[in-house]
Design a protein around this ligand. Structure first.
Ligand SMILES: Cc1ncc(COP(=O)(O)O)c(C=O)c1O
Length: 437
């Protein structure tokens, strides 16, 4: 029996209608290097979406591999309660140096858990401070923060949440957002008109809210949409005025993706909680982190019997193999000047996608930020799954694109070579031309 048949006999793949696999079989991976994934039949395809936004330094980076092997020689994993080791302290020192006010770091294994940890910490501080009326979370419309129940509750994506709505709690979603296509849009610097509307919604909820969650600057699963940095600034001011926490979910944007280590830097703000995952280990191993301030940390710090301890744990909190890779990732980011390289990639990626839009006449709303560029298919028949069709064509031609519905985007490794980007441009253009819509 073929490997594919054996796979389909027993595997339930993520984020998929499994019936689609009747016509679009799983790709058999042989190995991966840099931005390229090699298939068992010898074909090479460009990992244009960094394997779900995590392979920031590409596949098989030698320095990351070395760090992993060195750690393997020492130990793989020991529980983090009451233990420590050099690498995790070094990593924690580096992470807490990212923003002056974020002085403490708590580890978990994936993005959704990080989001829920930040939410739990926020809610717990309210009990500690006797602010028990503050129970509500606010998020942005079109937000995405993960798939577990708490994270899904603060995600405004019907497609992912509707079947489970009985399990979800009530969250207020703010709209309309001041979306922009580039930083040249006047809205980027001033979103006063949107703010006037949003502030009315916020003021009504101020007394009962514990935290607001944002994906700073770029909403990922919501279609790679960019919004004004001015909104973040105003939200930060408003939350400070009202004693409400700001949770910055930088799971997708963090660690260099937008051309800065953190997207919050565009608005010059520091949140109360910062969530990192994905690029934190350059997608080698699952690891997430929640950073917070001393002010919040010391609310929990007391005698055990006061019940203030944050009694949250995952088996793999601070897994040593993942931690060794995360530390090496941060070192490589510095040594290879990755943020500077991303700022060179940005105009190139924008130009390439704009040229495809112009050439094919099939794309609109080209937008970009750092090493992210996206555009929407101009679709006449809403029933047609254009994104899926283009995805299949691109794989045939040599790129793993996987559009988000009818939004096509590139989100490659941050160190993708210019020549690979040029190749990706040609493949993307041809794949769009192969589909009739
Ligand atoms: C902004 C954001 N938050 C949270 C998550 C959830 O992370 P994970 O899939 O690791 O649970 C994602 C995943 O795509 C994300 O993009």
């Amino acid at each position: 029996m073929s490997l594919i048949q054996r796979d389909l006999n027993c595997l339930w793949h993520p984020c998929a209608q499994m019936k689609d696999y009747e016509v679009f079989k799983p790709l058999i991976i042989k190995r991966a290097r840099g931005s390229i994934i090699e298939l068992s039949d010898g074909r090479k395809i460009i990992d244009a979406i960094a394997s779900w936004w995590c392979k920031s330094l590409g596949h098989n980076h030698p320095q990351l591999k070395k760090a992993l092997l060195q750690q393997l020689d020492k130990f793989e994993h020991v529980l983090l309660a009451n233990t420590t080791y050099e690498t995790i302290v070094q990593l924690s020192e580096k992470l807490t140096a990212l923003m002056p006010s974020l002085k403490k770091v708590f580890y978990a294994s994936d993005g959704s858990s990080a989001v829920e940890i930040a939410m739990k910490m926020s809610l717990h501080t309210r009990q500690i401070k006797g602010e028990t009326n503050r129970k509500k979370f606010i998020a942005l419309s079109n937000s995405y923060h993960g798939e577990t129940i708490g994270a899904l509750s603060v995600s405004d994506m019907g497609l992912y949440r509707d079947p489970y709505k009985e399990l979800l709690f009530d969250v207020a979603f703010l709209a309309p957002l001041p979306y922009v296509l580039t930083r040249n849009d006047p809205l980027w610097g001033n979103c006063q008109q949107h703010w006037d509307i949003l502030k009315k919604q916020l003021d009504l909820l101020a007394h009962e809210t514990t935290a607001i969650l944002v994906e700073p600057i770029v909403q990922g699963a919501g279609g790679m949409r960019l919004y004004s940095q001015d909104l973040l600034k105003r939200l930060r001011d408003w939350t400070k005025q009202h004693g409400i926490h700001l949770i910055a979910d930088e799971i997708m944007t963090g660690i260099g993706r937008t051309g800065k280590m953190l997207a919050c830097e565009y608005a010059n703000i520091e949140p109360d909680f910062l969530c990192l995952a994905k690029g934190l280990t350059s997608g080698w191993l699952p690891l997430s982190a929640v950073l917070t301030s001393d002010e919040i940390y010391y609310l929990f710090y007391d005698e055990y019997d006061t019940g203030k301890a944050f009694l949250h744990s995952h088996t793999h909190c601070g897994n040593a193999l993942a931690v060794s890779i995360a530390l090496a990732t941060l070192q490589v980011m510095e040594q290879e000047h990755i943020c500077r390289y991303v700022s060179e990639l940005e105009p190139l990626m924008f130009r390439y996608m704009s040229e495809i839009a112009e050439h094919t006449g099939k794309l609109e709303n080209v937008r970009s930020m750092g090493a992210i560029v996206a555009a929407d298919f101009i679709v006449r028949d809403p029933q047609q799954r254009v994104g899926f069709e283009v995805y299949k064509s691109a794989v045939k031609l040599g790129a793993l694109l996987r559009p988000l519905g009818n939004t096509i985007y590139w989100f490659p490794p941050l160190n993708i070579e210019f020549s690979t980007l040029q190749e990706l441009k040609e493949i993307t253009q041809k794949s769009i031309e192969m589909v009739k819509f």
